[in-house]
Design a protein around this ligand. Structure first.
Ligand SMILES: NC(=O)c1ccc[n+]([C@@H]2O[C@H](COP(=O)([O-])OP(=O)(O)OC[C@H]3O[C@@H](n4cnc5c(N)ncnc54)[C@H](OP(=O)(O)O)[C@@H]3O)[C@@H](O)[C@H]2O)c1
Length: 325
């Protein structure tokens, strides 16, 4: 089978595609034919050795996939050969085939689009858990989403709207804000031209919840727009600058700054993660969620595909297809 390999740590241009042997199947695992793999900004850090969870080369990046179950290991009873499924595989997704822990392989109905499904788990999982379980976003509250047209950002807009919030999208261009509006954003702020704090104050008087996968200046401005007893959820640092919190602000506004690291729930609180994923897959199957992918590229173009994320050229998800679907 063909797989993308990171043979030495470096940028997307260092990735190669090679024929590799199919891995053996162990107890508690399944083998899947991969139809598509969702890309994540974190993959661009993993291949450079800059992500919190390190991988030793050679390895195949890719945290999430969609495909069909082709073989079942001992002790697996919630899946059958032929099931369409998504897998939260952590690593190994940019390939034609994977052997992965069955616990995090979740069946999806036959009518589900497999390209959409590939980029579904990480982005929707993160936003649902962050907004519901961590920030307890309530109907009628104001949600400010930074990087609102990106992979996780756009799902925060969509889920926030579904939870009854007034959603303010902040992004770097009018085109990106248009995408966020199509997913339910009530207002848009172009943070390359407008001050986030000033605009939020004008639009709604303040934000109750801030969802931040960006960091840097955008975070500093967003912090100053927070309402009394507001919640700021730190999701990531796509800008490259980690959020620094002036604690006097936290005290004066009686607000909370919290982290939401979705992947950590897999080990620390799998029941909460499972409940969230079950809800999301049901909404997806019912057509209540419409995963957006601006670019689909073949496996051979994995480096080019990751570069789109680094260059801020994508909206929603970038997805790799294997031709096996
Ligand atoms: N906490 C978790 O569990 C979790 C889960 C998934 C992702 N994340 C983190 O969330 C962040 C976004 O991930 P993603 O997969 O959604 O990425 P993505 O699709 O590339 O979106 C990132 C967004 O950040 C904005 N951005 C601002 N400065 C940027 C820069 N210098 N380079 C790239 N993007 C920049 C871009 O929007 P504008 O151009 O509009 O500014 C872009 O749309 C990453 O830091 C990732 O590690 C965390």
């Amino acid at each position: 089978m063909r797989a993308v390999l990171c043979k030495e740590l470096g940028g997307p241009e260092t990735l190669v595609v090679e024929d590799v042997p199919s891995p053996p199947l162990g107890a508690g695992q399944v083998r899947m034919d991969i139809h598509a793999a969702g890309l994540n900004f974190a993959d661009s850090l993993v291949i450079q050795g800059k992500y919190q969870e390190r991988q030793e080369p050679p390895f195949t990046p890719g945290m999430e996939i969609s495909g069909v179950v082709t073989e079942i290991g001992d002790g697996v009873d919630h899946l059958a050969v032929g099931n369409k499924a998504i897998a939260m595989c952590g690593v190994g997704g940019y390939a034609e085939e994977i052997v992965t822990d069955a616990d995090w392989v979740l069946p999806v109905p036959d009518h589900v689009d497999m390209v959409q499904a590939a980029g579904f788990p990480v982005a929707y999982g993160t936003s649902h858990l962050a907004l519901e379980h961590r920030a307890h976003l309530k109907e009628g509250e104001v949600l400010l989403v930074l990087g609102a047209s990106g992979g996780v950002g756009l799902t925060a807009v969509e889920i926030g709207k579904a939870m009854g919030a007034t959603v303010i999208a902040a992004a770097s261009s009018p085109e990106k804000l248009d995408v966020a509006r199509q997913y339910g954003a009530d207002y848009g702020i172009d943070y390359t031209k407008e001050d986030i704090r000033d605009r939020v104050k004008e639009l709604t008087g303040g934000a109750d919840v801030v969802y931040d996968p960006v960091g840097g200046d955008a975070f500093q401005q967003a912090l100053r727009s927070i309402n009394w007893e507001g919640r700021i959820i730190i999701i990531g640092f796509a800008s490259g600058t980690i959020q620094q919190v002036p604690s006097n602000y936290i005290l004066l506004k009686n607000c909370s700054v919290m982290g939401a690291l979705w992947g950590a729930y897999r080990r620390r609180d799998p029941a909460t993660m499972r409940k969230s994923m079950d809800t999301l897959i049901q909404w997806f199957a019912d057509g209540k969620l419409k995963p957006h992918s601006s670019h689909q590229l073949p496996l051979e173009k994995a480096g080019e595909a990751l570069q789109l994320l680094i260059d801020r050229k994508s909206t929603g998800k970038v997805v790799l297809t294997t031709g096996r679907g």
